[in-house]
Write a protein that binds this ligand. Structure first.
Ligand SMILES: CC(C)(COP(=O)(O)OP(=O)(O)OC[C@H]1O[C@@H](n2cnc3c(N)ncnc32)[C@H](O)[C@@H]1OP(=O)(O)O)[C@@H](O)C(=O)NCCC(=O)NCCS
Length: 111
């Protein structure tokens, strides 16, 4: 697998095919994982894990203290468990932001 910079995001490529993407924006203190998505045919093979480990290394190299994200819990509650595996903690929530009954949770990990 090959991970390379692509505008403001990173994509993972296997045998010349892009199979996953991750938005990663870093400031002076924190990096935000805007999104992470793996092609459905390539899931459960450790690709998201590799992208996240890449993000941790990338952020640490830039002396960032925190890596954070906003999870759409209404549509994907189990994703919170995945983030927890990698040391992310929950820190507040947003409800009814884009539409009634939507539900987002802030997550962060200290680096
Ligand atoms: C969530 C997503 C990115 C995971 O990608 P993936 O490449 O399949 O994940 P990995 O294979 O690297 O698995 C990482 C860990 O999560 C676990 N995991 C992955 N998918 C899971 C699922 N559906 N349910 C429970 N655990 C899961 C794996 O067992 C693994 O744990 P381990 O490190 O203890 O072995 C992928 O399912 C996806 O793109 N979903 C749609 C978009 C999305 O929900 N993005 C996240 C928004 S916050």
């Amino acid at each position: 697998m090959h991970i390379f910079e692509h505008f403001d995001s990173y994509v993972a490529e296997i045998d010349g095919k892009v199979v996953a993407g991750m938005g990663l924006d870093c400031g002076t203190y924190a990096c935000l994982v805007d999104f992470i998505i793996v092609n459905s045919e390539y899931r459960r093979q450790g690709i998201a894990k590799k992208l996240l480990l890449f993000a941790f290394k990338y952020a640490k190299k830039r002396r960032q203290k925190i890596i954070k994200g906003l999870v759409d819990v209404k549509n994907n509650k189990s994703v919170l468990d995945i983030w927890a595996k990698y040391g992310f903690k929950q820190d507040g929530e947003l409800r009814n932001l884009y539409e009634p009954n939507d539900y987002y949770v802030y997550i962060y990990k200290r680096l």
